[in-house]
Design a protein around this ligand. Structure first.
Ligand code: SF4
Length: 140
């Protein structure tokens, strides 16, 4: 699955959940997206939920901003670096971010970064429209 396909499909899943939560306050919506509640109520939102597995090893994990509004991808590549195509980056150069480097490609590696999973961060950017928060992520 391409970045774009995942992005569009995930945004639609997010929107479908939000359509059920119109009776909740913003704070209640954020609470709803806590990992423990999502595993139970929205098992199809993330493939890791089936094994009750977190994408990041952290006690408090909130899934509202999966993916991350700071992620940038370009299916055609942003640039060539040392014979490899750079397909994705972090717009804030998070010190906890990293890169996957293969023979031909470079991808942003967010495995060590929990910036978008913190509720204080989600409150700062909160919008009920996931695509609006993520509008700068696709760079095509
Ligand atoms: S490194 Fe962190 S802030 Fe940067 S795109 Fe990945 S999750 Fe977002």
């Amino acid at each position: 699955m391409s970045y774009r396909e995942w992005f569009d499909a995930h945004g639609l899943k997010h929107a479908a959940i939000m359509a059920k939560l119109t009776h909740l306050t913003d704070e209640e919506v954020i609470e709803y997206f806590r990992f423990e509640n999502m595993v139970e109520k929205e098992p199809d939102f993330c493939p890791l939920y089936a094994q009750k597995q977190k994408c990041h090893d952290t006690e408090e994990l909130n899934c509202y901003l999966c993916a991350c509004p700071n992620f940038r991808f370009n299916e055609g590549g942003f640039a060539q670096e040392g014979g490899r195509t750079l397909f994705s980056t972090c717009s804030i150069n998070s010190p906890d971010g990293d890169r996957y480097v293969s023979e031909t490609a470079i991808h942003q590696n967010c495995a060590g970064c929990i910036v978008p999973h913190r509720e204080s961060y989600i409150r700062k950017l909160f919008n009920r429209d996931w695509f609006a928060i993520m509008r700068e992520v696709p760079c095509e």
